[in-house]
Write a protein that binds this ligand. Structure first.
Ligand code: UDP
Ligand code: MN
Length: 302
């Protein structure tokens, strides 16, 4: 995949197909928050100074209350993206107010916003707490959607189930548009990634995965959020009609856009309403939900 970026206009040769400065397996610092990123431009943007990047990539990080994670990630990630010779921008997207978190809708919003700024051809949707262990795992898109976080330390470096498509994933701008983005229905739920996996498969694509030997990540330790969320979960199953639910049903108000040298931080007010009927859990539902949750993890959404 090649982009005709400004560098072409600047008359620079295309960067080599194999980035020459990769280090391979990396030392991962789970707590380090400071480092040098001398050349990053306002908004967390960078491109190779001496060649035309082959990929124009937006990194999208959904965010709430994880400031330390974000600092650690940014310190770790910028140098990797630079060694990979990408033309990139980093977008952190946060929800306005204290309402139930809707990670998937935030990622849809960041997609729309990033494209309004720049002609990104590739989007990487990135959990704030995942650190790549190997810079040969390229933050680029392919002709099929790609799952980058194949082997995560907290999951014993194994795929927990075949259709998993969460953590760090890459879709071209076009692939993302064709699946109508993420579902907007997953309030505080955490299965929006399985829904995306289904969208991808229903569109006739197969999920690509780099070899486990390089597609390794460490997760910054944090309290398990989903286990407790599952307790309060009302629905065992969501049926999302992907042609009607996604980018084309997105409603929000951009509240603010902050930029510094490491990132563009978008804050959005979600206009879509969470269903009001959310307090019907009783002991019976709770147990049943737990079973369903296990089954979903095993088999994915039907
Ligand atoms: N997230 C966040 N704040 C929250 C919940 C989620 O920033 O309160 C974002 C963050 O990017 C995080 C991702 O959503 O990495 C997935 O949530 P979490 O890490 O809790 O899920 P896990 O996959 O570890 O169960
Ligand atoms: Mn996590």
């Amino acid at each position: 995949m090649q982009d005709m970026t400004e560098a072409t206009a600047r008359g620079l040769e295309l960067c080599p197909a194999e980035p020459p400065f990769l280090r391979g397996r990396l030392r991962v610092y789970l707590k380090k928050t400071t480092g040098e990123n001398p050349d990053v431009r306002l908004g967390g943007k960078w491109r190779p100074p001496n060649c035309t990047a082959r990929h124009k990539v937006a990194i999208v990080i959904p965010f709430r209350d994880r400031e330390t994670h974000l600092r650690v990630l940014l310190r770790h990630l910028h140098p990797i993206l630079q060694r990979q010779q990408l033309d990139y921008g980093v977008y952190v997207v946060e929800q306005y107010g204290n309402g139930t978190f809707n990670k998937a809708t935030l990622m849809n919003i960041a997609y729309v916003f990033a494209l309004s700024e720049d002609d990104y051809s590739c989007f990487i949707f990135h959990d704030v707490d995942l650190l790549s262990e190997d810079d040969r795992n390229l933050y680029t898109c392919a002709d099929q959607p790609k799952h980058l976080s194949v082997a995560v330390d907290t999951l014993k470096y194994r795929l927990p189930y075949e259709d998993i498509f969460g953590g760090v994933v890459a879709l071209t701008a076009d692939q993302f548009r064709r699946v109508n983005g993420f579902s907007n229905l997953y309030w505080g739920w955490g299965a929006e990634d399985d829904d995306m996996s289904r969208r991808v498969r229903m569109s006739g694509w197969k999920i690509l995965r780099p070899p486990v030997s390089i597609a390794r990540f460490r997760m910054i330790p944090h309290k398990k959020r989903r286990a407790s969320a599952a307790k309060d979960r009302v629905y065992d199953h969501i049926v999302s009609n992907f042609t009607a639910d996604g980018l084309n049903s997105l409603e929000y108000e951009l509240v603010s856009v902050y930029k510094n040298r490491l990132l563009t931080h978008i804050v959005a007010n979600l206009k879509l309403q969470e269903p009001r009927w959310t307090n019907v859990t009783d002991e019976h539902t709770v147990t049943r939900n737990k079973t369903m949750h296990r089954n979903r993890r095993k088999y994915g959404n039907p």
